[in-house]
Design a protein around this ligand. Structure first.
Ligand code: SF4
Length: 333
């Protein structure tokens, strides 16, 4: 599950009011055998832990998407390795993803809401002790809200499908493949077998896109489909985004669709390589500067946010606003 910045900034689930607590924090249960869990936190399958000086060995969809959005941001994230901790909504999405991964590995008769609750309780200690969760420093009310939005995302799967009817071929499938000469790496959330062939599915906990953004959002799963076709030798029939609790967005995997996303990937890879060689990374300013975690390091982004504030074109709850134009400290009377 990829949770991108734009999704975080408009996460509808995160804005809802939290009802009574969801008891994830109860005593760990026994009797449920879990397969090994993937690393917690938002997955970064491309960047090594150290500062990098050249282009990546393999390109992941999230890295490509960051570079397309802003090359300077990509440099700070993937080359300079500046800290970019996931926010609350992204971490809640990671938790939901972890639970659903385990759930879909169960036999079909075990894929029930009741079992999802048990799995959530089983997985909760891993999230609760994750350094990114600890860094959020949530008070009890906020922690309850976090558990609630996580559970709404998990439960949201039943809005989209009956998991007992899904024929799962693989979950968390690591794919390494060349796409149009670009070394590509991705982790596919779920690969399903339907009567007419394979279907690539990716869970999303952010807000489902408006129609004009659907095509762009589907690029990631279409790239997965291209990679699977190259790596496994069977082309998936459909690529699907499961917006938990909302709706499913999908595309037929056609020659034309694959050609478009592969060409975009190739262009991004070529620009990235050129930037790494020249050391020049364009600052692509825009409304998303308001949500850029590197705003304090970026003069162009700071100027953009200030200008948008002056013109009343920046949401005041955008995190960068507090960095660029902090409220004056109240003096005691
Ligand atoms: S603040 Fe804006 S221009 Fe600067 S790195 Fe971030 S997204 Fe790019």
């Amino acid at each position: 599950m990829d949770v991108n910045l734009a999704e975080n900034s408009e996460n509808a689930l995160g804005e809802a009011e939290a009802p009574a607590d969801v008891a994830f924090a109860a005593e760990p249960i026994t009797g449920v055998d879990l397969p090994p869990a993937p690393p917690s936190g938002v997955r970064d399958i491309e960047a090594p832990p150290e500062v990098r000086t050249g282009p990546p060995k393999r390109l992941s969809p999230s890295s490509a998407s960051t570079f397309q959005q802003c090359p300077k941001r990509w440099k700070m994230r993937y080359m300079d390795r500046l800290p970019d901790p996931p926010g609350q909504a992204a971490l809640a999405g990671t938790f939901a993803h972890l639970v659903l991964e385990h759930l879909l590995q169960e036999s079909t008769d075990q894929r029930t809401i009741e079992n999802a609750k048990l799995l959530a309780r089983k997985c909760w200690p891993e999230i609760e002790t994750d350094k990114d969760y600890v860094a959020l420093e949530l008070d009890e009310t906020e922690a309850r809200h976090f558990r609630w939005i996580s559970w709404k995302a998990i439960e949201g799967l039943w809005t989209l499908e009956n998991p007992q009817e899904v024929v799962v071929e693989a979950t968390e499938q690591l794919i390494d493949a060349e796409i149009e000469g670009v070394p590509f790496r991705g982790i596919v959330d779920r690969l399903d077998r339907e009567p007419d062939g394979l279907v690539v599915s990716d869970y999303k906990s952010g807000k489902a896109p408006r129609p004009r953004y659907v095509e762009g959002r589907l690029a990631q799963v279409l790239l997965y489909a291209a990679a699977i076709a190259n790596d496994l030798g069977e082309r998936p029939r459909r690529a699907r985004l499961l917006y938990l609790g909302q709706r499913t967005v999908e595309a037929e995997v056609t020659d034309e669709a694959l050609k478009i996303v592969a060409a975009d990937l190739k262009t991004t890879w070529s620009s990235m390589t050129t930037s790494c060689e020249s050391g020049e990374f364009e600052a692509n300013t825009g409304p998303l500067c308001g949500w850029c975690p590197f705003i304090a390091e970026c003069a162009e982004g700071t100027a953009e946010v200030r200008s948008r504030l002056d013109r009343g074109m920046m949401r005041l709850d955008a995190p960068a606003v507090a960095v660029v134009a902090p409220l004056p400290t109240q003096q005691p009377a």
